[in-house]
Design a protein around this ligand. Structure first.
Ligand code: MG
Length: 466
């Protein structure tokens, strides 16, 4: 295998690496040719990128590879990641590619690949792309008359906004005129969020809305990274604050008191918004992974709705959403999927759901949050490889710990009690395992994780609250 590709982390959710030794123009050109040949099969390919400074160079190289095998390149420029699959569907393109390393810092970049269905590539499709790169056919590159053209598609942001606006009660939002701080961390969200929020009837206070500038901080929207934004929400008397990650698929929320509410609440609030809408019947479904907060079950139960749990990973959530015709889905990292907008995590769709809910309920966000039972989550990383995890699971199943628990073995082992749960699973990216627990108090959550760790005698690598 070529050494730059070997230095990348390669999975169906993307090909990710350090710019230079891993992500470089040569690799991008080869990937472009392979995507064009294997997935797009001569049809147009939608190309987007986030705002990081390696984006234009990598996009040019990727476009060259695509054009060299005869594919037209439909260039969106800087756009949120979900805009790419949305435009693939709209334009009936052959594939889509987004250059973004999401929440990773500037030295990183990555390529996300979408098929003509507007979905992430699956394992087979990714294998086909990589196989073609490993042994390219002699006729890979086309002659001068068959080269693909490159054209701009300037209305992608407007089309994305329109799709989001169609999901809300615009008249009510304009009447309510919520005051909103939006922090796009100088990422791709900056090209859409301020104008979208204005169209949603908000009084908008954008911060870090300069995609031509570097990220002002560690760009992952965690509590520690957004304290300044929280202080601003409070000082400016805003109704709420939104924080996007650099490719604007994930959303974190700050309440009117300036408090970062945690990314677990993003999906829960959006589900509350969706399930309580007037047009929603009692057979509604939400989909999330096994490691996401059980607040979702509480919210669903209130509306007679059902929650389906999947293995961890966006692709699993999307597959189950499709199979169950779910109204909403996502994960506890602030990624929310509203299929009415696009079949992909989209912070724009999530912002609209939260605002629509606030306007409809006519209560401050902190009051709406107080209606949701609260839990504490505890996360640990332990030193167990995949084989050791399998042995540990067999051992736990024989132990008294499982008494009275509902047992789920889709992804490692999850034990579920009426107001708490415990999940052990092998990490997908390193030879370690994760223990995640949730209970009504932090002490109870920590105790559950400790009981499991003691039982399987796993060495603790790192622990944290959530
Ligand atoms: Mg992201």
């Amino acid at each position: 295998m070529r050494s730059d590709l070997a230095s990348c982390v390669v999975s169906v959710s993307g090909i990710r690496g350090i710019v230079g030794p891993a992500m470089n123009p040569s690799l991008m050109c080869a990937l472009g040719a392979a995507v064009g040949r294997r997935l797009a099969k001569g049809k147009g390919v939608v190309l987007g990128r986030d705002s990081r400074d390696s984006g234009p160079l990598l996009a040019d190289a990727l476009a060259s590879g695509l054009r060299g095998v005869g594919c037209e390149v439909i260039d969106l420029g800087i756009v949120p990641t979900p805009t790419v699959p949305l435009m693939v569907r709209r334009l009936r393109a052959g594939a889509g590619v987004q250059i973004s390393a999401s929440h990773n810092p500037e030295p990183w970049n990555a390529l996300k690949i979408y098929t003509r269905r507007g979905r992430n590539v699956d394992g087979d499709e990714l294998e086909q792309v990589l196989a073609l790169m490993a042994s390219p056919p002699a006729d890979l590159w086309v002659g001068h008359q068959a080269l693909g053209q490159r054209r701009d598609q300037p209305d992608a942001i407007a089309l994305h906004c329109r799709a989001v606006l169609d999901t809300v009660d615009l008249a009510r939002l304009h009447k309510r005129r919520l005051r909103v701080v939006v922090d796009s961390v100088n990422g791709a969200g900056a090209v859409i969020a301020p104008q979208l929020l204005e169209q949603l009837g908000c009084e908008v206070i954008p911060i870090y809305d300069r995609p031509d500038r570097p990220f002002p901080r560690d760009p992952e929207p965690t509590a520690a990274n957004v304290t300044e934004t929280g202080a601003m929400v409070k000082a400016l008397g805003a109704d709420l604050g939104f924080v996007q990650d650099p490719d604007a698929d994930r959303l974190a929320i700050i309440d009117e008191r300036g408090r970062y509410i945690g990314e677990e609440y993003t999906l829960v609030l959006c589900a509350a918004a969706r399930f309580s809408a007037a047009d929603v019947g009692p057979d509604a479904v939400a989909v999330t992974n096994l490691s996401t907060s059980r607040m979702l079950e509480d919210v669903a139960a209130r509306h007679g709705a059902q929650v389906i749990r999947t293995r961890v990973g966006e692709a699993h959530v999307l597959d189950a959403m499709q199979a169950s015709q779910a109204l909403i889905g996502g994960e506890g990292n602030g990624g929310v999927v509203d299929p009415r907008v696009v079949f992909c995590r989209d912070s724009q769709a999530a912002m609209a759901l939260v605002l629509d809910y606030c306007a409809r309920r006519e209560k401050p966000l902190s009051h709406l949050l107080a209606e949701i039972p609260s839990y504490a989550m505890h996360k640990e990383k332990v030193g167990l490889d995949r084989a050791a995890v399998a042995a540990a699971i067999a051992q736990v199943l024989e132990s008294p710990l499982v008494q009275g628990a509902v047992i789920d073995v889709q992804d490692g082992l999850k034990l579920i009690w009426p107001d708490s749960w415990l999940h052990l699973r092998a990490s997908g990216t390193e030879p370690a395992a994760r223990i995640i627990s949730e209970a009504p108090s932090a002490a109870a959550a920590r105790k559950l994780a400790g009981q499991l760790r003691g039982l399987i005698k796993a060495p603790l690598l790192k622990a944290g609250h959530h």
